[in-house]
Design a protein around this ligand. Sequence first.
Ligand code: DX5
Ligand code: ZN
Length: 217
Amino acid sequence: MDHLVSPSLLAADFGNLQKEVTMVNKSLADWIHLDIMDGVFVPNISFGFPVIEYVKKVASKPLDVHLMIIDPDRYLTRFHDSGANILTVQYEACTHLNRTVSEIRNLGMKAGVALNPHTPVSILKNILPYIDMVLIMTVNPGFGGQSFIMECYNKITELRKMIDSGGYSVMIEADGGIDTKNASKLVDAGVNVLVAGSSVFSSNDPADTIRRLKKLI
Ligand code: DX5
Ligand code: ZN
């Protein structure tokens, strides 16, 4: 399977959101990544439902919503109704993860589980049969523009082995510090979805950077 590219709007110009989403619509991007931060699970606050609803109106691609919030169960229906197609919760924020991912799927969304850089992939063993995607955080969550944590390559390789040997159809998404330099090494390690914020929106030609992430050039 060809890998997917999911540009993160966190690094977009929110004063020109329609223009930014239109650029993504016209680009080779597959999904649009939206980072929801609550100021509790991570030391930053991003945006909420009105922004997701607006993006849904102008976007022609699936919304890949990454929740960096505590107690996500309270809002699963709201995220679905706002337009999320893929909904990813942080492993570290969920006490009853099986219930949470089942509810996400029952609502008709794909269910993802994100792991912080220090959380080992081995803890996923009993949840892999119930999910569609694992998001490997390749920086500490909370901010765009940070440096990629090198140890994450090993985690991705290990997770790829777990998924393939178990025969699961679970995608691996990598998120944080991804650019045209490390993209191909990540795909080689087994990543199916590349998230990129700063490297796309801070570049001179964001659509071309998306094209390069897609073509691995
Ligand atoms: C970080 C977010 C990322 C962020 C990535 O907590 O989960 O999705 O937008 O930004 P870059 O690509 O700038 O590291
Ligand atoms: Zn993210």
